[in-house]
Write a protein that binds this ligand. Structure first.
Ligand code: MN
Ligand code: MN
Length: 286
């Protein structure tokens, strides 16, 4: 028998029914403040993923041994941000009510809001762990409340105080940091303190959002708002392995903009981050 030509992320070709993890792309970049292009991330990652192995020597685990369904990309209605968030919410909601874990590929960081809306309904005690260069805590961006620069403030609107834990933050308006001071836990510059937070959140449902610009631009130049002074790939890998001690009920990787890195290295890095994330979550669940 011959197989259909369907390109999934490497090793993620299981059926929906049997899958514990559901991967999908949300290729949206309409509110990007500087350089757009994240809409091309998920397709690029699927294509480039065949350049990496399914096996992780770091975790001694293989994507072939876990069960991941790749649902492809959502067909998003560009030009209407609320509708797009609604589409993401609806799709994510289906996955979590089926008892599975959504793993979303952005897209710009605002896509996280759509997913969090769905996940918070299923898990009212939801907490968010964010790896990012940027605080994303603005009340609005040039008067617009829905933006990748406001996304974590919008998440706070849903979850409230002391539910959000940020790491790697090295950019933001003075007022963002001041606003966040008593509302969210912000760890600047690196992932120090993550182990304590994992301990603190033991058993609680967690949404892990990885804005890939947390990585240093020397490792990951393919992003819309590169910010010098970031962490290394090994730092991020260590962070993901540490975060595997959390009860991750949903997660995403976002802000890869493949067109800004002609070498393709950023996409290859993003693929490796996603592989390690998929394998790390599975550890947690099994
Ligand atoms: Mn962000
Ligand atoms: Mn960022």
């Amino acid at each position: 028998m011959l197989n259909k030509n369907i390109e999934t992320f490497i090793g993620c070709d299981n059926d929906y029914q049997e899958a514990e993890l559901v991967l999908f792309g949300a290729p949206f970049d309409s509110t990007t403040s500087f350089r757009p292009g994240t809409r091309f991330a998920s397709k690029a990652m699927r294509g480039e993923s065949f350049g990496i192995e399914t096996y992780s020597p770091y975790q001694d685990k293989d994507l072939e041994d876990i069960s991941v369904f790749d649902g492809g990309d959502l067909e998003l209605i560009f030009g209407n941000t609320e509708k797009v968030l609604g589409q993401i919410e609806e799709y994510t909601s289906k996955i979590v009510t089926d008892g599975k874990i959504p793993v979303m590929i952005g897209g710009e960081h605002l896509v996280t809001l759509g997913a969090v809306r769905a996940v918070a309904k299923q898990y009212p005690d939801l907490h968010v762990v964010q790896f990012d260069a940027h605080a994303d805590l603005r009340e609005d961006y040039l008067g617009e409340p829905l933006s990748h620069a406001t996304v974590i403030h919008r998440v706070w609107d849903i979850l409230g105080d002391n539910r959000i834990f940020q790491f790697g933050i090295r950019s933001g308006d003075r007022s963002e940091f001041a606003w966040g001071k008593d509302r969210v836990f912000t760890n600047k510059f690196n992932l120090d303190g993550l182990e304590e937070v994992v301990e603190q959140l033991k058993g609680k449902p967690v949404y892990l959002t990885i804005d890939l610009d947390v990585l240093d631009p020397s490792v990951f130049p393919g992003t819309g708002t590169p910010e010098a002074g970031g962490i290394s790939f090994m730092d991020l890998l260590h962070g993901i392995l540490t975060a595997s001690g959390l009860n991750i009920v949903a997660c995403d990787v976002n802000e890869l903009s493949p067109i800004y890195d002609q070498s393709g290295v950023s996409t290859a890095v993003a693929c490796k981050v996603l592989r390690e994330l998929l394998l790390a979550i599975n550890t947690n669940q099994s």
